[in-house]
Design a protein. Structure first.
Length: 510
């Protein structure tokens, strides 16, 4: 088997990432060596591979679904928004500069098609199958000429295309038909059919519409996936955090102690890697919510200032909202505050930034004795150490270099040498993302927070974040296995799009 598939969507957030992960997990359970691929990802949530390359967290999660180590080949182009008009371009895991949307789509993107096709070819030479994820919609006709992530990659690699539609939003039949009808004849040849996502109710009531869709388009539907709570995986877009609802929707066990622990996460602009708090939300008895008003910090036992792609901008936002003063008061009262990456930098005394915001010298909140200078080179590492007597692993993604002038180190090498971060009383700061996924450290940290907050909260002893992730990925695999036509899906991956698929007018505009 040397197969491939592109999972496209009628819209952003149709479920492409989830479906891709589910197909990957289903295949690997059949003994297939499979890898994920997304040619171009726009995301503020990223991950560092073992070789020190930055890729989207969604692709890292999909690699976990495949039970393989993520690499830069799986996401050769990552765009990290720095505002409405520009993004940092990360190529093969390394930043290559800032670029406006017009500049990128005006020529740079199209020149990268050869690079992404080479990466895909290398993966296909190594694995039995590669499951690719598209971006947005393949029918974005204004961008088709320079497209390298949807039909551009499908045409270049002759991949069959499965179009996913979110029926929970409504209008899925029109979306399926319209997506095909706005593609050129050459692109339509590769669109094999459809997959309905997030269906609620009796599937038999949907079947007449699926039959009519097949008569109209000549294309079959490969499955109807039911709506399931608690299947949210690592989000691609930190700017849309308000749409997540709860961090973890699935039912968790009751608190192990007498109290719950309330955690407030400041919803700062350009929030990045807010998935750091997922491990906290997975703990029984921990309630996590995103906040944007100072009064929402009043009953919080811990306030988290997360990472951001705009440290100075986020700092200004905190001041404008009154949250900065509330954080300073909390720190003075020795009530727990945790800053992660950009949040750590914000808690410091001073920021010198000629790289990200180019604003020069800016005073921080001054609650940690730390001075930050932004370097041109980005730090991309996978560190490990100890804290609170427990082993900790994490990953670093930042331009800011912290000079710690006091307090005590947050993470050490276990022999008395500090590795990262700073702690003063109950105010903590670190550049390490993902540290809270280390179960022993997370429990020890929460015990400290509970003691400082006066809560009779006890971390559940058996919570394993890695096991919860595996359980979640298996549930995605189950969805595909139980609700998709896996025999037909297998043929599609192995043999490509069926021959003789009809053209649906009008096609792409000339």
């Amino acid at each position: 088997m040397n197969g491939g598939l592109l999972v496209a969507g009628t819209t952003s957030d149709a479920g492409k990432s989830v479906v891709t992960a589910g197909i990957c997990r289903w295949l690997v359970r059949q003994g297939v060596r499979v890898a994920p691929f997304k040619a171009q990802n726009m995301s503020l949530n990223s991950f560092v591979t073992r070789e020190g390359a930055e890729i989207g967290r969604a692709q890292a999660m999909q690699a976990q679904a495949c039970r393989v180590e993520p690499t830069a080949l799986m996401n050769p182009v990552l765009l990290k928004p720095g505002g409405e008009q520009s993004s940092q371009v990360v190529l093969l895991g390394k930043p290559v500069g800032e670029m406006s949307a017009r500049g990128y789509h005006g020529g740079r993107q199209q020149r990268l098609l050869g690079t992404v096709l080479d990466c895909l070819a290398e993966l296909r030479g190594t694995y039995d199958a590669v499951i690719c994820e598209g971006a947005g919609s393949p029918a974005e006709i204004n961008l088709r000429r320079t497209d390298i992530v949807n039909m551009g990659i499908a045409r270049g690699a002759r991949l069959p295309v499965l179009v996913v539609g979110d029926i929970d939003r409504g209008g899925v039949f029109a979306s399926f038909f319209g997506t095909v009808a706005l593609l050129s004849p050459e692109d339509q040849e590769l669109v094999a059919g459809f997959l309905v996502n997030k269906f609620r109710g009796d599937v038999s009531l949907l079947e007449p519409g699926l039959d009519m869709l097949r008569n109209l388009t000549g294309r079959r539907t490969y499955g109807v996936l039911p709506f399931r709570h608690g299947l949210g995986i690592d989000e691609e877009d930190g700017l849309r955090v308000s749409l997540r609802g709860t961090v973890r929707e699935s039912t968790v066990a009751p608190p192990a102690g007498e109290d719950v622990l309330r955690i407030a996460v400041c919803a700062i602009p350009l929030m990045s890697n807010f998935t750091d708090v997922d491990a906290l939300a997975a703990e029984p008895g921990v309630v996590v919510r995103f906040v944007d008003r100072p009064e929402e910090l009043a009953d919080a036992d811990l306030v988290v200032v997360p990472g951001t792609r705009g440290t100075v901008r986020a700092l200004q936002w905190l001041r404008e909202r009154g949250l900065a003063d509330a954080l300073v008061r909390r720190a003075a009262e020795d009530r727990p505050v945790l800053g992660i990456c950009g949040g750590f930098q914000i808690l410091g005394e001073h920021i010198e930034d000629e790289i990200e915001s180019r604003t020069g010298e800016v005073p921080g909140l001054g609650v940690l004795p730390v001075r930050v200078r932004f370097a041109r080179e980005k730090t991309l590492t996978r560190p490990a150490g100890e804290a609170l007597g427990e082993r900790v692993e994490g990953y670093e993604i930042h331009h800011g270099v912290a000079e710690v002038l006091g307090g005590e180190a947050f993470f050490s090498d276990g022999r008395g040498h500090g590795l990262d971060g700073c702690r003063v009383g109950q105010t903590w700061g670190t550049h390490w993302h993902g540290s809270l996924e280390s179960d022993g450290f997370r429990r020890a940290f929460l015990r400290e927070v509970a003691a400082a907050a006066g809560r009779r909260f006890v971390p559940a002893p058996g919570t394993s974040f890695a096991a919860l992730r595996e359980e979640q990925l298996d549930r995605l695999g189950d969805l595909i296995e139980q609700h998709a036509d896996t025999d037909a899906l297998w043929r599609l991956i192995e043999s490509g799009a069926p021959q003789g698929l009809p053209f649906i007018p009008p096609g792409a505009p000339a």
